[in-house]
Design a protein around this ligand. Structure first.
Ligand SMILES: Nc1ncnc2c1ncn2[C@@H]1O[C@H](COP(=O)(O)OP(=O)(O)OP(=O)(O)O)[C@@H](O)[C@H]1O
Ligand SMILES: [Mg+2]
Length: 241
């Protein structure tokens, strides 16, 4: 699949002939320099934007038909959960209302919403904060709320763009462990990160450079993963591959 953006006079090859397969239940980290096409890939997968050429297969089916509205929004609502570095919570809504929002948009009956929101809040350890508003929470708590909102509709794919970029080391560990627990429950996760340590929590790492996948690494869950990822990342960012 390729994606070309036209910026005034010149064309940007944001993704060039990339080919990869992500399996259900994998947690794939996407690493690469700024501008290497990581967010563009997430936008293609979630039908926010359309490839210039090529095809994405989702659940074994060609997804070219989903890029038109209202199909694209419906596809996203049903299949994709998003987590961002800056949380993107609605500041005027309580924690429980933020989490309930995707279900409200799907017209789920309010009794069911209540039950599901409560279950997810308990699961993520944020039930005590349910009546609070986002500004009263720490970064880690906000990201837990954002994760709760992302998984409340049980989407098969979770896309996370630098989800720990604004968090300290300890909170980063907690949030990543939460993602790993979700993955162990069968959740498929794509995780964009600049941080080799974060990538060690994934099952596999893809290295992007100039819109292409230049290398990959299968994590072994041993002490050597961090060094191996760091070495590959340095090679990639130096443009040696
Ligand atoms: N909507 C757009 N219009 C024009 N060019 C774009 C658009 N979106 C992205 N690009 C260009 O495509 C390239 C890839 O951008 P992308 O946002 O995917 O990079 P990234 O790997 O996510 O970078 P970062 O790590 O900084 O978030 C960049 O050169 C960027 O300027
Ligand atoms: Mg990006």
């Amino acid at each position: 699949m390729s994606k070309v953006f036209k910026q005034k006079e010149h064309r940007v090859n944001a993704l060039q002939n990339i080919h990869c397969t992500v399996y259900q239940g994998e947690m794939v980290a996407i690493m690469g320099t700024s501008g290497s096409g990581k967010s563009t890939l997430l936008n293609m997968i979630s039908a926010i934007d359309e490839p210039t050429s090529g095809t994405i297969f989702l659940f074994g089916k060609e997804s070219n038909a989903i890029y038109k509205e209202p199909k694209a929004s419906n596809f996203r609502k049903e299949n994709i959960g998003f987590i961002f570095q800056s949380f993107h919570l609605l500041k005027d809504l309580t924690v429980e209302d933020n989490i309930a929002l995707p279900l409200i948009l799907q017209d789920v009956p309010s009794k069911d919403i209540e039950v599901r929101v409560h279950m997810v809040m308990e699961h993520l350890g944020i039930a005590a904060w349910r009546k609070h508003r986002p500004h009263e929470l720490s970064g880690g708590q906000k990201q837990r709320v954002a994760i709760a909102r992302a998984i409340i509709t049980k989407p098969p794919i979770l896309l996370a763009d630098e989800p720990t970029g604004s968090l300290d080391v300890k909170t980063t560990d907690e949030i990543l462990q939460l993602l790993v627990d979700l993955q162990h429950d069968g959740q498929t996760i794509l995780l964009v990160t600049h941080d080799p340590y974060v990538a060690t929590f994934a099952t596999r790492v893809l290295f992007f450079h100039d819109g292409t996948i230049v290398d990959s690494y299968q994590n072994k869950k041993t002490d050597t993963d961090l060094d191996n990822i760091l070495t590959k990342f340095k090679t990639v960012t130096r443009g040696e591959r």
